[in-house]
Design a protein around this ligand. Structure first.
Ligand code: PRP
Ligand code: ZN
Length: 300
């Protein structure tokens, strides 16, 4: 076996909405890497993990074909590939491992501002431009609508202006691409976010161990992202109410204070963001000296 075959390869989007987040997530897992001159390859310096930066649409295929062991990509792209393979009678050889809670967007039908749309039936007999032919085809079939799917590999939003389509079906994140092209979103057909997928091919024990370690760290990174460490003083009598108000915390630590006065210190990890409203409610319940700190790492 060549040395390079013992290294884990992860496919990431090379330039787009998911790129920075994907790299940041892996850095938070402790991976240090050097990027090649053309920026398409990252060599992991402190772990046997390398990154391949490719077109997002190619990621499920690379993982399915076992060229890469893992991939970070939008669920929309994963589902499109799965449906397209199924249509050819081929089983996709990858499995989603978990959702990564970034890159949230939706696949939606959009119409030119002056084109009427009431419901899905308004698409009947129309031409719809998309890069997501399989997903759109599946949606139309489930809604028993016959329409023409016009495939565009990119810049789908210009299809109506070119007279190539009546509607489009594309990803919408902020909505600014649609607005800039005088299009309006009329129907969501799927929700999406970034997911990590793993090949179904069997890995060597050494590789699988590194994959497990990476996935566990990823899980830890996702857990701490919203987590906060909160410290406060409170009257002992208000403890039940204070615990009730702390968002998503399990068994806070209660510490007696010097000189007591019936007051205690409460320390808790909150697995949700702590908003000003929560602090105000805690104050109303008798809490004081409140401190909210970010959580750096967590390992269950
Ligand atoms: C999607 C979509 C739009 C844009 C929408 O592209 O095709 O161009 O994002 O985002 P907005 O609502 O924030 O304007 P994607 O990032 O998937 O890139 P790709 O089509 O090049 O893969
Ligand atoms: Zn793409």
């Amino acid at each position: 076996m060549k040395n390079s075959e013992q290294r884990i390869k992860i496919a990431l989007q090379k330039s787009g909405r998911l790129t920075d987040h994907s790299l940041d997530l892996l850095e938070r897992c402790g991976l240090k890497f050097t990027q090649s001159k053309d920026q398409l390859f990252c060599y992991g310096e402190n772990m046997p993990i390398d990154l391949l930066l490719v077109r997002d649409d190619d990621i499920p295929g690379l993982v399915s074909d076992d060229v890469c062991d893992l991939g970070i990509v939008g669920l929309n792209v994963v589902n499109e590939k799965r449906l397209a393979l199924e249509a050819d009678g081929i089983d996709a050889l990858f499995d989603p491992v978990f959702e990564l809670d970034f890159g949230h967007c939706r696949l939606a039908i959009a119409a030119p501002d002056d084109t009427p749309f009431a419901d899905a039936a308004s698409l009947s007999g129309k031409r719809i431009a998309t890069s997501y032919s399989a997903t759109l085809g599946d949606y139309l079939q489930r809604n028993q609508i016959t329409a023409e799917i016009v495939y565009f590999s990119g810049a789908v939003e210009i299809a109506p202006r070119l007279g190539r389509a009546d509607f489009i079906c594309d990803l919408v994140s902020t909505g600014s691409t649609l607005a800039a092209n005088q299009l309006r979103e009329v129907q969501t057909i799927a929700e999406s976010e970034a997911v990590i997928i793993q090949t179904r091919a069997e890995l060597t024990d050494a590789k699988q161990q590194w994959v497990n370690k990476l996935l566990q760290r990823l899980d830890g990174v996702l857990q701490v992202r919203e987590s906060k460490y909160i410290m406060l003083h409170a009257p002992r009598a208000a403890l039940a109410e204070i615990k009730r108000l702390l968002p998503g915390s399990e068994a806070p630590t209660v510490i007696p204070l010097d000189g007591d006065n019936g007051r205690v210190a409460v320390h808790a990890v909150c697995r949700e963001n702590v908003f000003w409203e929560t602090l105000e409610n805690l104050k109303a319940a008798g809490a004081s000296a409140m401190l909210v700190l970010p959580v750096e790492k967590m390992l269950a």
